[in-house]
Design a protein around this ligand. Structure first.
Ligand code: ADP
Ligand code: MG
Length: 336
């Protein structure tokens, strides 16, 4: 069993009568965790509860084995580095001043603070821009100084809300590379995004897909493929004899140039049939490659299955009201 860095049980947030986050059971283990979902799914609300800035309506959160409801806020910030979706930094400061100010907040001794700031500026590639005001930074630079700030404390966990969403393609690639570097250093990175391809680029170790406040699936790419059971298989050449042999065992059969692309539950059966035809008719197979579904396909499947779920907007609102009535013992709703 891998160590759980974040674990939530029944995490729920209700604003007025609408469930923003619905009985979320997350289990985040070391590596990059992509928290994926369309706008309004409940990602930011979840993150605000994880970092202790919003009280859950109900449910529990453990970070590195600590139940955060019982911890001091300052302690939580020793474990977590956080970059919000739309950071509002001290725009009048230079990048270097901003980081040094943060070091002082954490009472770092002067020399240690200076060394740390220099190392982090290097890590996020802002050495040359360190004397420029943050207000003049590009979107990507602002996000990178945010990451440097989040790392001042050397936390094991980084929580990043839509870190790539406002960046241009170059800024995105730089950010993805930075996150991968940080993973190599042993950081766990919980990153929310509504952009599917981002999670793929990051090569996320696990993903959780959330929609309407509800966790649809969670797991490593392999586990998710296992669960959804469909494999994409590419077969070259695209020969009529191959197509005929496997057509009854595939869900979807398409042609891509000189290759056949099929979806099937069982790659063994497909391989047996292809191999047989290949031997009998002397058609060499130059490629037979099975891959799990791409995250995009998983995402679409997940969203479609959610649509078929009975939990439509109205029932969610009804459930919200019911839970609200039960929860009348008055826990806070607003930002802490
Ligand atoms: N402070 C709030 N008051 C009322 N509703 C809110 C508040 N914050 C978020 N919501 C609602 O909760 C749902 C989830 O929002 P959010 O967590 O921001 O989603 P995401 O970050 O995935 O886009 C949305 O329906 C949003 O309108
Ligand atoms: Mg959000």
């Amino acid at each position: 069993m891998k160590e759980a860095i974040i674990q939530t049980v029944g995490l729920t947030k209700i604003f007025r009568n609408v469930i923003a986050v619905d009985q979320l059971n997350l289990c985040v283990t070391p590596g990059i965790y992509g928290f994926l979902g369309p706008n309004g799914a409940g990602k930011t609300t979840t993150i605000k509860m994880l970092i202790g800035s919003l009280f859950p309506t109900s449910g529990e959160i453990e970070i590195l084995g600590h139940n955060i409801a019982r911890e001091d806020k300052m302690d939580i910030h020793k474990w977590i580095g956080y970059v919000p979706e739309r950071p509002t930094y001290f725009m009048h400061m230079t990048g270097e001043q901003f980081l040094e100010t943060n070091g002082r907040i954490f009472h770092l001794p002067k020399q240690e603070n200076k060394a740390k700031v220099a190392a982090l500026l290097k890590k996020v590639d802002l050495v040359e821009a360190k004397d420029r005001k943050i207000a003049e930074y590009s979107a990507g630079m602002k996000q990178r100084i945010g990451i440097a700030q989040a790392l001042m404390n050397d936390p094991r966990l980084l929580i990043l809300d839509e870190i790539t969403s406002n960046l241009d393609p170059i800024g995105r690639n730089e950010m993805v590379d930075l996150l991968k570097d940080l993973r190599t250093e042993g950081k766990t990175i919980f990153v929310s995004t509504h952009i599917l391809s981002e999670v793929q680029k990051m090569n996320a170790d696990a993903i959780g897909i959330i929609d309407h406040g509800h966790l649809i699936i969670e797991g490593g790419p392999d586990a998710l493929n296992e669960k959804w059971g469909v494999k994409t298989i590419r077969i070259t050449p695209n020969h009529a004899a191959f197509r005929d042999a496997i057509s009854s065992d595939t869900k979807n059969l398409s042609e891509d140039g000189n290759s056949l692309v099929v979806e099937a539950d069982d790659e063994e059966i497909i391989w047996e049939k292809i191999a047989q035809v290949s031997l009998e008719q002397k058609i060499p197979v130059t490629e037979f490659r099975a891959a799990g579904m791409e995250i995009e396909q998983l995402f679409m499947k997940a969203i479609n299955s959610e649509k078929n779920d009975t939990r439509d907007a109205e029932t969610r609102e009804e459930r919200g009201k019911t839970i609200r009535r039960r929860e009348k013992q008055g826990r806070g709703d607003g930002d802490a």
